[in-house]
Design a protein around this ligand. Structure first.
Ligand code: AMP
Ligand code: ZN
Length: 300
């Protein structure tokens, strides 16, 4: 059996993940959820003096903003869209009959104005159209995110939570801010016994053109990840990402600095489920047996 599948079985046996009959979608057990929320509180403590503005969005984004964001150009294969029934009583009858017969009822569904959120930071940029205050803005966001990448690896979910800090300002402030977070995050993870390593990374861009985008992203060091072996030693899993988008969102959504330049953005994202899974992987399935040093940090 593959390591990933064995880890998944252990997590299910321990009650940490509850299978829902579809790869990459699970309920979370009490100890899993408690640990995830304790890690979330630990992040908040570490960032408490930064002055970030907290906003919590539902796990959807306005379809028009999504279309403008460029996500469909880069990741059409990962996007999840929300459809709903909008038909007549006769069409309703047809819908029920098709479902009853086990058929394909997608033709009865119409696209709504909502798309599932692909990353916690996406809903914030469209709200910032216009001119920023002098030192730019800093946001704290947290959301379930959807990506259509079904897998037996428990660390590759289709729906999972991301806690992010997002900096919107000029290039001189955004890049050092991102680099500061790489250092800070390494310390945070080391203190809870996770052997994280930082690495230049790229996003999974779609298609042949995507290969060039990925190479460019790496050459410019626009994306870093902190990786930890979870299901595999050879290909460790990214538990955090640090993304520098340059002017992408600033120009897409018309955001300017107080000097009138196109704003630059960067985001720092914690993969909340992945960090929690790494904790179970490294310290065992029973939280009451975790090392004192780790418990002191998370349970205070
Ligand atoms: P990204 O926007 O791809 O850099 O993702 C931000 C963070 O979300 C990553 O560093 C991961 O920790 C987490 N993440 C990404 N994809 C998944 C997934 N399929 N399942 C669980 N966590 C994920
Ligand atoms: Zn982001």
């Amino acid at each position: 059996m593959e390591n990933a599948e064995r880890l998944l079985l252990d997590l299910v046996d321990a009650g940490h993940l509850v299978p829902m009959g579809i790869d990459g979608m699970y309920g979370r057990g009490a100890a899993f959820e408690d640990t995830l929320l304790r890690f979330d509180a630990y992040i908040s403590r570490s960032a408490k003096d930064d002055g970030a503005t907290l906003v919590r969005f539902p796990p959807v984004i306005n379809r028009r903003d999504f279309e403008r964001s460029g996500y469909l150009k880069s990741f059409p294969h990962l996007a999840g869209t929300v459809f709903s029934f909008d038909g007549t009583p006769a069409e309703h009858q047809h819908l029920l009959e098709t479902v009853e017969a086990g058929g394909d009822w997608s033709a009865t569904q119409k696209m709504t104005g909502a798309v599932l959120c692909p990353a916690a930071c996406y809903p914030i940029y469209p709200t910032l159209r216009g001119t920023l205050p002098q030192n730019g803005r800093l946001f704290d966001v947290f959301s379930y995110c959807f990506r259509h990448e079904p897998s037996k690896d428990p660390a590759r979910m289709q729906i999972f939570r991301m806690r992010e800090f997002v900096r919107i300002s000029d290039g001189d402030s955004v890049r050092p801010w991102r680099n500061m977070w790489i250092e800070r995050a390494m310390e945070l993870l080391t203190a809870i016994g996770l052997p994280a390593v930082s690495a230049v990374a790229n996003d999974p861009f779609f298609g042949r053109g995507g290969r060039m985008l990925a190479a460019n992203q790496r050459a410019q060091e626009l994306k870093f990840e902190l990786v930890v072996p979870i299901a595999s030693e050879e290909s460790p899993t990214a538990i955090m990402s640090f993304n520098y988008h340059q002017e992408h969102f600033g120009s897409t959504f018309g955001i300017q600095t107080s000097d009138g330049a196109v704003a630059q953005t960067a985001c720092v994202g914690f993969g909340m489920e992945r960090v929690t899974l790494a904790l179970f992987k490294y310290h065992g399935m029973r939280v009451d047996r975790w090392p004192d040093s780790v418990r002191r940090v998370l349970w205070g």
